[in-house]
Design a protein around this ligand. Structure first.
Ligand code: C2E
Ligand code: MG
Ligand code: MG
Ligand code: MG
Length: 291
């Protein structure tokens, strides 16, 4: 009886694995073509200063416009691109596109707004990272001070020595560094002190349970206090409710990002939001934008 069940289980896993493998091969071929055909685009999600209500930055989030499936999210292709090494090429495309956007906003006469760009583990480990990014900044004419790189806490702590070195180089050319998904990596204050970062992003998993869950609340409070001690700007991600925002405001969090203000929008919509902000005498009220 048990043996039968065992065999069945194995057959089930084998089938599952074959399915996954063929699925992977399919994605691999499509990804390579997608890079050639420029099927990717960026969405931008506003980051809002809690004290002033103004948009202080935009996070660039990559999307794949699959000719068959339409908009595909990073969770369905980033890890494959990472494994295949295609992420380096894709990451460069993302970086160049975001830098061009910065330049376009500057040429449009819009007030300076930073763009945050996610860096993948493989990109972060590459020796050529700093020189590649610098070349792109120079070629596009973007202001490096408005370029913020988002690197996850986990990635940084995997090799702290090398991370400190890379981050120092990035800082020395004027770029900002945000520690992304902070709170899930259990870093010590001693380790954090060594990081030449400029801001910290509280992971969405904590924000999701604030203010109802006491432990998420105290973790969030502790992260904000720690960021302040390290003189880092602190931003909360995944803010969906007014109650979450009020909790963050009461605890002196600097900025937030989330569906409460806006979902990630197209380049055109992001530009319109920035223009509307200039046109308005007072900062726009925190509102939900539906797309
Ligand atoms: P992340 O950097 O932590 O980005 C935040 C994610 O949370 C985004 O998902 C965003 O759409 C989502 N989000 C923002 N506000 C809310 C909210 O209020 N509620 C909820 N439920 N979600 C919210 P997205 O765009 O699907 O990206 C997922 C992850 O993929 C990112 O997490 C980042 O790690 C990665 N990623 C995105 N773009 C790039 C890229 O250009 N390069 C690399 N290497 N990774 C990227
Ligand atoms: Mg991010
Ligand atoms: Mg994040
Ligand atoms: Mg996250």
């Amino acid at each position: 009886q048990a043996k039968d069940a065992g065999r069945n289980t194995i057959r089930f896993f084998t089938g599952d694995l074959n399915f996954l493998l063929s699925k992977r091969l399919e994605i691999e071929g499509k990804l390579r073509r997608a890079l050639e055909n420029e099927e990717f685009f960026l969405r931008y999600q506003p980051q809002v200063d809690i004290a002033t209500g103004e948009i202080s930055g935009m996070e660039a989030l990559v999307r794949w416009n699959d000719p068959q499936k339409g908009e595909v999210y990073p969770k369905d292709f980033i890890f494959v691109a990472e494994e295949l090494g295609l992420i380096v090429q894709l990451g460069e495309w993302v970086f160049r596109t975001a830098c061009r956007q910065l330049k376009a906003w500057a040429d449009d006469g819009l007030p300076p707004v930073a763009i945050s760009i996610n860096i993948s583990p493989r990109q972060f480990m590459s020796r050529r990272l700093v020189s590649t990014l610098l070349t792109i900044v120079r070629e596009t004419g973007a202001n490096p001070k408005l370029v913020e790189l988002e690197i996850t806490e986990t990635m940084i702590m995997r090799n702290l020595e090398q991370s400190v070195e890379t981050l120092t180089q990035l800082r020395s050319v004027g770029m900002r560094v945000a520690v992304d998904d902070f709170g899930v990596g259990y870093s010590s204050l001693g380790q954090l002190k060594r990081l030449p970062a400029t801001s910290m992003k509280i992971d969405r998993s904590f924000i999701a349970n604030v203010p109802d869950d006491a432990s998420s609340g105290s973790i969030t409070e502790a992260i904000i206090a720690m960021a302040k001690r390290l003189k880092l700007r602190v931003i909360a991600e995944g803010v969906e409710t007014r109650a979450q925002l009020e909790f963050l405001r009461a605890n002196h969090c600097d900025a937030f990002q989330g569906f409460l203000f806006s979902k990630p929008v197209t380049s055109l919509e992001a530009t319109a939001m920035l223009k509307a902000q200039v046109a308005a005498d007072v900062p726009p009220p925190i509102r939900a934008v539906n797309h």
